[in-house]
Design a protein around this ligand. Structure first.
Ligand SMILES: Nc1ncnc2c1ncn2[C@@H]1O[C@H](COP(=O)(O)OP(=O)(O)OP(=O)(O)O)[C@@H](O)[C@H]1O
Ligand SMILES: [Mg+2]
Length: 112
C-alpha cells in the first residue's frame, strides 16, 4: 500500500477528486494548508494578485491506495492539477505498513 500526499492549488481540488474517483480511489482526506516552494510564495499569483506573504493557500490531499493503483492515481493527480504555472504543487509517495478498517477489523488492501 502507498500513501500519496499531494499539495495542489485549491481551485483544482474538485477536478482532482473527480479524476481520482474515475481511477477507483475509495476515499481521501483533504486539509487546507499553507506552504511555499522554490519561489517562496513571492512571485506566485493567487486569485490574480501577487500574494504579499510567504505562505500561499494550498490543498493537501492524502489517499491510501493499493500498490497496483498508485501509479494511475499519481497520473490522475498530475493531469488534473497541472496548470503549467508555478505553484502547481507536489506529490509525495510513501509506503504504508498497515491499514485497518475500524468497523470491520479488515486489514491490508481489503481495508482500503
Ligand atoms: N520540498 C517540499 N517539502 C514540503 N512541501 C513542499 C515542498 N515543495 C513544495 N511543497 C509544498 O507544495 C506547494 C507547492 O509547491 P510548488 O508547486 O510551488 O513547488 P516548486 O518546487 O516551487 O515548483 P514550481 O517551480 O512549479 O512552483 C508549496 O506551497 C508547499 O506547500
Ligand atoms: Mg513554486
Amino acid at each position: 500500500m502507498k500513501l500519496i500526499t499531494a499539495i495542489i492549488k485549491p481551485f483544482r481540488l474538485d477536478d482532482v477528486r473527480n479524476a481520482l474517483g474515475e481511477v477507483g480511489v475509495n476515499g481521501m482526506t483533504v486539509t487546507e494548508v499553507k506552504g511555499f516552494g522554490r519561489q517562496r510564495g513571492h512571485t506566485e499569483l493567487y486569485r490574480g494578485a501577487e500574494y504579499v506573504v510567504d505562505f500561499l493557500p494550498k490543498s493537501k490531499i492524502e489517499i491510501a491506495v493499493s500498490d497496483e493503483l498508485a501509479e494511475r492515481a499519481v497520473e490522475a493527480i498530475v493531469s488534473a492539477a497541472r496548470t503549467g504555472k508555478v505553484g502547481d504543487g507536489k506529490i509525495f509517495v510513501s509506503s504504508i505498513e498497515q491499514t485497518i478498517r475500524i468497523r470491520t477489523g479488515d486489514m491490508g488492501d481489503s481495508a482500503l
